[in-house]
Ligand binder design. Structure first.
Ligand code: BG6
Length: 487
């Protein structure tokens, strides 16, 4: 990849995300040559650190030692400035340091402001960046925003209004790390690169689509955030809605961010926003109880003992358009489930007539074709077909055509953050959430939330290691269907 030029200013630069994901991803880009001479990093946060102390932390996060000359060269591009984001005057200090780095590394005034801090500060920081002249350069200015982007439509809109005062939509990169995943990006390749797939990709041939984001871990140390969020806001509003819109959208006019976003937005606009009755029948929630060696969610650290927070969601989504009318999308996600994986199962309709199951033949009924996209941890596809059983007579059985990315390729797969940081440097917004996508997703999710806020749930209602509450199975069985993945 060609070398890219930019200054990075990280707000929340000593945070967990920065050390765990952002700096290691930048280091990968460095090793691959995307970053090399012409980049600089200014880390900021309230913590008081010298440049040397900051570099020690960065080195730790990369897992390198001082004897690694190339890593040391990379780390030498990092400087640090303690900064209170509400202190207007102090932005001048940042500005001076930014200018020094710009000159030293010949960055042409290109700047990426990475906001990895509490959303309540997004507006403040964006405002001061503009009024205090940090965006006043001849190069590009882009701002990267971490989740959560609001907690409902109203708060998201306020946030967006605040950001829009200083940055245009094309300059705002809202992270959804699922969009940086190899196999999520593969959805488009498989759909629009194959006649076999795309010509059947509609309600005439597809019976239903299932999206599962299953997590094995519980809430860990994040209870203070998670208990105010829940699975619906944490996973459905962002990751699941993004996946669903990629599955549901029409073919974009071209493979560019503008055209792809336009189609995703169009898909989301035809997603049926539920009224109270629909929301309560089409969505179910869960919260894990105690398991053999696992505490109940309500007994986790920093979780109130009477918490009604959802650690599991399952739902049915309906698109009111020509392509999808009558073909539901079932989604589910939760913590403390049987395993950690993400998959999409596309269930096709069965042949209209099954000629093999006549009484004398005693053949089992034909199974539906299923195209499974394994997103993580093992990336691959599987297509279930019916074929003849080997031997005398004429029985049929389902067989699978499988393809899995091999170990070597999966090791070489870029981390989501590596890919996304690279995209920001290129100015490519394809794999980020546009404001319109975010806003339609919130409008949908808000309706569910509103209904849930009025009803008292029967929690806890599922055991760790299961695939969620019985109501998640009932939701799909009611429609005479089943989850393709079940225990
Ligand atoms: C994050 C959520 O966005 O995604 C976490 O806040 C969740 O709660 C995580 O665990 C899952 O991401 P991944 O990449 O591990 O599937």
């Amino acid at each position: 990849a060609a070398e890219r030029t930019s200054l990075f200013i990280f707000f929340g630069g000593t945070g967990d995300l920065a050390y765990r994901k952002l700096y290691p991803s930048m280091y990968n880009l460095y090793k691959k040559g995307t970053l090399r001479e012409h980049f600089g990093v200014l880390g900021t946060s309230r913590e008081k650190l010298t440049d040397e102390q900051f570099r020690d932390q960065v080195r730790k996060s990369l897992g390198t030692t001082k004897t690694d000359k190339d890593a040391e060269k990379f780390i030498s591009h990092f400087v640090y400035e303690a900064h209170d984001v509400t202190d207007k005057a102090h932005y001048q200090v940042l500005k001076t340091r930014a200018e020094e780095l710009d000159k030293k590394y010949e960055l042409n005034g290109n700047r990426i402001f990475y906001l990895s801090l509490a959303p309540s500060f997004f507006g403040t920081v964006a405002g001061f960046l503009k009024t205090e002249g940090l965006t006043d350069t001849k190069g590009f200015d882009r701002v990267v925003i971490e989740k959560p982007f609001g907690r409902d439509f109203d708060s998201a809109q306020q946030l967006n209004d605040a950001l829009s005062k200083s940055f245009d939509e094309e300059q705002i990169f809202r992270i959804d790390h699922y969009l940086g995943k190899e196999m999520i990006q593969n959805i488009e390749a498989v759909r629009f690169g194959n006649t076999l797939v795309e010509s059947l990709w509609n309600n005439r041939y597809i019976d239903n689509i299932q999206v599962t984001l299953s997590e094995k871990l519980g809430v860990e140390e994040r209870a203070s955030y998670y208990d105010n969020s829940g699975a619906l806001r944490d996973m459905v509003q962002n990751h699941i809605m993004q996946i669903v819109s990629l599955l549901a959208m029409e073919q974009p006019v071209s493979f560019t961010d503008v055209d792809i976003r336009a189609e995703k937005v169009k898909a989301l606009r035809s997603l049926r926003v539920y009224n109270v009755a629909e929301a309560s029948t089409n969505f179910v929630r869960g919260q894990y109880g105690a398991g053999d060696s696992q505490r109940a969610y309500r007994d986790e650290d920093n979780v109130p003992h009477d918490s009604n927070n959802d650690t599991f969601v399952a739902g049915k989504l309906l698109f009111d358009n020509y392509r999808w009318s009558g073909t539901p999308f079932y989604i589910r996600t939760g913590k403390m489930l049987a395993d950690k994986f993400t998959r999409v199962d596309v269930v096709f309709k069965k042949p209209l007539i099954d000629i093999f199951s006549f009484p004398q033949n005693h053949n089992a009924p034909l199974e539906a074709n299923v195209l499974t996209m394994y997103i993580e941890p093992h990336a691959g596809f599987s297509l279930r077909l019916n074929a003849k059983t080997n031997g005398q007579g004429f029985q049929t059985e389902p067989i699978n055509l499988d393809y899995f990315v091999d170990a070597k390729d999966s090791k070489a797969t870029p981390e989501p953050y590596e890919r996304l940081i690279h995209d920001v440097m290129k100015g490519d917004g394809t794999n980020f959430s546009s404001w319109q996508e975010v806003s339609y997703a919130w409008r949908f999710v808000d309706q569910i939330r509103k209904v849930w806020d009025l009803q008292q749930p029967q929690f806890p209602n599922y055991t760790p290691g299961s695939m969620g509450p019985a109501s998640a199975d009932e939701l799909i069985q009611r429609d005479h269907r089943q989850w393709v993945y079940r225990l």
